[in-house]
Design a protein. Structure first.
Length: 263
């Protein structure tokens, strides 16, 4: 890697993008370039040594984080931005009734094909979370939105729609990247340019989200933030684990008001 190949230092961290009132109600909260970039990886999504190698490693601790806070057996779970279905299938194998949505048709096609091969039943749809929230509010015991918010123009609108889809007492689970110099160094310079674990251009530092910003969006959507935990990928052993460090990848959980509040 030459000096000209390396991205410059992270810009001064300003506020993350916000959704204007009423924005993206009809599912236009996406960047076509992002959908095309991830869609191009569809045929190797389930290759554990392929371009999504790190995502495969992140999947077990993501599932464990959700399972520790929601009884998955028999639960109705929505996976937003499901990609090729890694987490969707894992949730279904844990006993959940899973609906999974994504706006990249090639990824949904691969997810459906893999489900046929594995025998794991998931209801995959090419649909935006905003339109599903209009159709089926308060329908899910849990909603997961993993590694997606940093790829959309208006992440707060995604959080709002996810909250609308929760049943009373349901939980929203999010994983994303913190907007810190450490995240820039590891997730962009390290992962994309040095180790080449991800294609160049996968992430933009300006789109990373601080936990405080995510918590504010959750509260604005009527949710009560419950936890923030770090998620650390260790490339030397191709594995990931939960950690107290939240300066790079992190997971967050928030609960909808309702069931059990008076207990």
């Amino acid at each position: 890697m030459t000096a000209s190949d390396t991205p410059g230092p992270p810009p001064a961290a300003g506020p993350a993008p916000q959704a204007p009132a009423g924005a993206d109600a009809h599912g236009d909260n996406f960047r076509q370039g992002e959908l095309d970039r991830f869609g191009a990886l569809a045929n190797r999504w389930w290759d554990a040594d392929g371009p999504q190698k790190a995502l495969h490693a992140l999947n077990p601790p993501r599932l464990a984080y959700v399972a520790a806070r929601v009884e998955l057996s028999g639960a109705r779970v929505l996976d937003v931005g499901c990609g090729g279905g890694l987490l969707s299938e894992a949730l279904a194998q844990a006993g959940a009734q899973v609906t999974a949505i994504d706006l990249a048709p090639d990824l949904v096609r691969i997810a459906r094909l893999h489900g046929l091969e594995s025998g794991v039943t998931v209801d995959y749809r090419v649909q935006s979370v905003e339109s599903l929230a209009d159709e089926a509010p308060a329908s899910f015991d849990a909603v997961t939105c993993m590694e997606m918010l940093e790829h959309v123009p208006h992440p707060a609108a995604i959080v709002q729609a996810c909250a609308a889809l929760l049943k009373p007492g349901g939980r929203l689970f999010v994983s994303t990247l913190n907007r810190t110099p450490a995240a820039f160094a590891l997730a962009i310079v390290g992962a994309e340019y040095v180790a080449r674990l991800l294609p160049k251009g996968t992430h933009q530092y300006r789109d990373f989200i601080r936990p405080s910003e995510l918590a504010a969006w959750m509260r604005a959507a009527g949710l009560a933030p419950e936890d923030v935990s770090g998620l650390m990928y260790e490339p030397w052993r191709n594995a990931a684990r939960l950690t107290a460090r939240t300066d790079v990848n992190y997971l967050a959980c928030a609960r909808a008001p309702g069931a059990g509040d008076a207990l």
